[in-house]
Design a protein around this ligand. Structure first.
Ligand SMILES: C=CC1=C(C)c2cc3[nH]c(cc4nc(cc5[nH]c(cc1n2)c(C)c5CCC(=O)O)C(CCC(=O)O)=C4C)c(C)c3C=C
Ligand SMILES: [Fe+2]
Length: 448
């Protein structure tokens, strides 16, 4: 065993720092400003006292309105949190490579250690049982400390397995799981215009950390990386802000760095039939261990915002296919009106340009395929000319990338009017296993 605590519910030291440190359940109730009884009385939603319900088989638990900073989402459940739970404002995403010497047992042990730490941190507790300031003075602390006193901000930690975990680049089956690789976990093809950078691409494992507080998300990735020391190391990582999608009808639609509402036509957690059809993998899809899981595609997309900012408003709207103010389709109506791609303008052409982004990405153009988008804006400094190194860190969850992301992106890469302003520089795909059972670990089904 590693030196990490694997005792989920076991006794904790008397001098435990948690009461004075990360928030616990009772504190969430106070911070959210609503009593448990009051919260439970709210309209039929799976809402608890700053704690968001996530029962087995339930498609979603969701916070009402903006996520209270003290909100917590259960870590254990039928599905991993961080998919249909309401998108938080901040992201720290990390792709890891497993150390060359790690064997199957070592990988399982790492996943067990990550599970225990993640279950703790998502509930606003330190990563380890002692916390940052109360452990033995002759050992490094089992939590790094920068999240002390910070409410969890709805922290979710979502784990995924990349294709190279199943079959290494040299073709070896390092962990004896090659035969269990889901068919849907394909290597993404090269799309026209891709300008992928190897150091921003791929990964054996991934962790998506989302919170309303950037320091909480960073703390979680840092501690999972610390726990993995010698067993897995970060290959690449990305910070994100200003969620570019809403995943619940209780959320307002945010804006991306082009200034447009993003997430209007996203899959919403409340649409449970669509979620079941388009987001969750089913046992009948082939890999039974993935039942209740999903597939995550990440793309780091640079946006040439300085060029975009010099573009006329009408042209920006033509490219997207929606108006900039309200996000309504150019065929008319309001934000949530379905676009009418056949509506004609006075000039004779269609009101929505055939090469507009929303038309080419729309399910009617893609055999009914949809995505649950959960991306974030990023700005990674600037270049020598003062141009921002900015863009969209696109994340999408889906049941089968072969039927969803790949054909949609193939269509966009070919004809999307937006391409002039975009460059895809990073890319990765991960199988996101179902949620862990309390006492078990994330991905246990793969090794059963
Ligand atoms: C392959 C999938 C997609 C990529 C890559 C992508 C990049 C991307 N998108 C925007 C801005 C907007 N996208 C919008 C809608 C939209 N986008 C996709 C897919 C990809 N986008 C889909 C499936 C949809 C929904 C289409 C529909 O059903 O109508 C919108 C409109 C608002 C909304 O519905 O969310 C905007 C704006 C950018 C800037 C970008 C790359 C940087
Ligand atoms: Fe889009």
């Amino acid at each position: 065993m590693s030196d990490q605590n694997t005792d989920v519910d076991g006794p904790e030291p008397d001098a435990h720092p948690e009461g004075a440190a990360r928030t616990e359940g009772a504190a969430h109730t106070r911070r959210s400003g609503l009593s448990r009884r009051g919260m439970l009385g709210l309209a039929g939603a799976a809402v608890g006292a700053g704690v968001v319900g996530f029962g087995a088989g339930a498609a979603v638990g969701h916070a009402v309105g903006s996520s209270p900073t003290g909100a917590t989402y259960p870590f254990y459940g039928a599905n991993q949190a961080g998919i249909v739970t309401p998108a938080q404002d901040r992201l720290h995403f990390a792709a890891f490579d497993v150390a060359a010497g790690l064997d199957r047992d070592g990988l399982i042990e790492l996943l067990r250690d990550w599970t225990v730490a993640a279950a703790r941190m998502t509930q606003g507790r330190p990563a380890g049982k002692y916390g940052p300031a109360s452990g033995p003075s002759d050992a490094p602390p089992d939590d790094t400390g920068e999240a002390l006193d910070l409410p969890p901000g709805g922290l979710t930690l979502t784990f995924g397995f990349g294709p190279t975990l199943f079959t290494a680049a040299d073709g070896t089956d390092r962990f004896g799981i090659a035969a269990r690789r889901p068919e849907a976990l394909v290597d993404l093809p090269r799309f026209p215009g891709d300008a992928l950078i190897d150091s921003l691409t791929g990964g054996d494992l991934c962790v998506q950390a989302c919170s309303e507080d950037p320091q909480v998300a960073v703390h979680a990735i840092r501690n999972l990386s610390r726990i993995a020391f010698g067993r897995a190391a970060i290959r690449w990582s990305q910070l994100g802000f200003g969620r570019t999608s809403s995943t619940s009808r209780s959320q307002t639609t945010p804006r991306n760095l082009f200034g447009f509402k993003d997430g209007t036509a996203n899959i919403k957690a409340e649409d449970s039939t669509v979620v079941d059809d388009q987001v969750w993998a089913a046992a009948s899809d082939g890999a039974t261990w993935m039942h209740g899981g999903s597939y995550l595609v990440a793309r780091k997309i640079r946006m040439t915002i300085e060029t975009w900012d010099r573009q006329q408003l009408g042209e920006q709207e033509r490219i997207i296919g929606r108006d900039k103010g309200e996000g309504a389709p150019l065929s008319g109506g309001t934000e949530f009106t379905e676009p009418n791609f056949l509506a004609l303008s006075a000039g004779g052409g269609t009101k929505i340009d055939p090469d507009s982004h929303v038309r080419l990405a729309h399910p009617t153009m893609n055999d009914g395929a949809q995505l649950l988008r959960r991306g974030y804006n990023f700005v990674d400094g600037n270049d020598d000319l003062g141009r921002l190194n900015a863009g969209l860190f696109f994340i999408a969850f889906q049941r089968d990338p072969r039927k969803q992301f790949i054909p949609i992106q193939a269509r966009l890469a070919k004809n999307d009017a937006l391409n002039e302003y975009l460059k895809h520089v990073g890319s990765a795909i991960f199988a996101v296993p179902p949620g862990a059972r309390d006492g078990s670990y994330v991905g246990a089904g793969l090794f059963a």
